[in-house]
Structure formats: C-alpha cells, structure tokens
Design a protein around this ligand. Structure first.
Ligand SMILES: Cc1cc2nc3c(=O)[nH]c(=O)nc-3n(C[C@H](O)[C@H](O)[C@H](O)COP(=O)(O)O)c2cc1C
Length: 209
C-alpha cells in the first residue's frame, strides 16, 4: 500500500472479527516500532503480547468499571457541550473500551524503560522523552498494521489500570506501558467514526501565529 494511502486509511477501529493475527504478521508490524525515532538511541521497548480472550479479560478487568463510570457521569453532561464529532466518537468508544481489547484477541502492551523521574511526575518536558519515544513507536505500529489490512484501537489506562496490568504481566520495575493496544482484523460492519474536516492551510502559521 502506498504510504499516503496508509495514512488515509489508518483509523481507530473498535470492532474486530474472529480472524486471528498470525505471529509472522505481528512480528512484522512490531518491527516497525523499532524504526521510529527514539530519545536515547537504545530503543528500550519491550512488547507483551497477550492472546486468548480469558487472558486478556484478566488483564483488562478494571477497564469496564472505569469506562462505565465515565460513561454515566461524563456523556450525559457532555451531550450539549461537546463538539458534535467528538461526542459521536465517545458514544461509540466508551461502551467498547473493554470489549474491543478482549475481542481483538491480540492485546499488545508497548513497554518502555522510564528512567530518572516517575512517568506521572516529570521534572520537565524532557523527562517524558521515553514516553514520547514509545508513542512514536506506537504510531509506526498503527501504520504498519494498516498496511497489513489490520485494525487497531487503543486505550490509555486510567486509575488503577496501569498497576493492575503491570502486576498481572509481571512487568519488571522501572517499566511503563504506553497504552493497551488491540490489534486484529476488522469486523465486517466495523464502525468508523466521522472525521473532522481540517483545512491544513489554516493550521500553518507563517513566521508568527
Ligand atoms: C493520546 C490519545 C488517547 C486516546 N485514548 C483513547 C482511549 O482511551 N480509548 C479509545 O477508544 N480511543 C482512544 N484514542 C483514539 C481516539 O479516539 C482517535 O484517535 C480519534 O477519535 C481520532 O480517530 P482516528 O484514530 O480514527 O483518526 C486516543 C487517541 C490518542 C491520540
């Protein structure tokens, strides 16, 4: 697939079919992560891949309740306030937060070495370099997965989720993970959220904003 077509086609898909992603394809797309820029030149990324719906369900068990709480409190309040496309995305996404991870049957946890400062208590912007590098790697995975005809969705862990996940997969001390990344083949009727229309020329500010 041509590069700009990959960019165009990459979309968050939260509905997966039963078709399994082979180890070979998975290794190919994870290898894309190691082509991304990295802050320390060491590419200290490690990937925990969890297969099997029961195994995934154990790892993501706190997600359902957290998503439900946000859904109940947040969505009602946001209905008249939020941007229309943003609201439509949340209506699709919130009920699927746990389901999408389980139904993908292939959960990838992109771990990175977090040095010097705790991830959520950085000293300055550069304390987040490891996190930023991990996200550059995740984007490469998303694009490679798209080129392979795969669908991806990810959840940013909140509340007790990071500690639960790290404990359950026996992550070593000093490692954090960027997101809970679901990779699979899209369901036939997979929902694709309406995209915002962006006029790029208006987003480019020449010399001053
Ligand atoms: C930093 C970040 C956090 C996100 N968190 C979540 C999340 O927790 N759950 C989810 O389903 N999608 C999440 N998304 C996906 C966005 O909802 C999605 O990228 C956005 O709606 C644009 O749609 P697109 O990916 O199809 O272009 C997140 C995306 C980013 C970049």
């Amino acid at each position: 697939m041509e590069f700009y077509e990959v960019l165009e086609r990459r979309k968050t898909i939260r509905d997966f079919s039963d078709r399994e992603v082979s180890d070979e394809v998975l290794e190919k797309i994870v290898s894309a992560a190691f082509k991304a820029p990295t802050n320390d030149h060491l590419r200290q990324l490690e990937f925990v891949v969890v297969r099997g719906r029961e195994n995934i369900a154990r790892i993501v068990s706190p997600v359902a309740e957290n998503a439900r709480n946000i859904q109940q409190s947040g969505l009602e309040a946001a209905a008249g306030v939020m941007d229309e496309d943003e609201y439509a995305m949340f209506v699709d996404a919130l009920p699927k937060q746990q389901r999408m991870l389980i139904e993908s049957n292939c959960l990838v946890l992109p771990f990175f070495r977090q040095k010097d400062y705790p991830l959520c208590r950085p000293q300055d912007q550069s304390s987040l370099n490891y996190f930023a590098s991990a996200w550059a790697a995740v984007e490469n995975i998303l694009l490679a997965a798209t080129a392979e005809g795969l669908a991806c969705a990810f959840r940013i862990p909140i509340g007790s989720e990071p500690e639960h996940v790290k404990r359950t997969v026996h992550a070593p001390e000093g490692y954090e993970f960027a997101c809970l990344l679901a990779i699979g083949y899209p369901a036939d009727n997979a929902h694709v959220c309406k995209q915002k229309e962006i006029r790029v020329a208006e987003r480019i500010h020449r010399n001053t904003w």
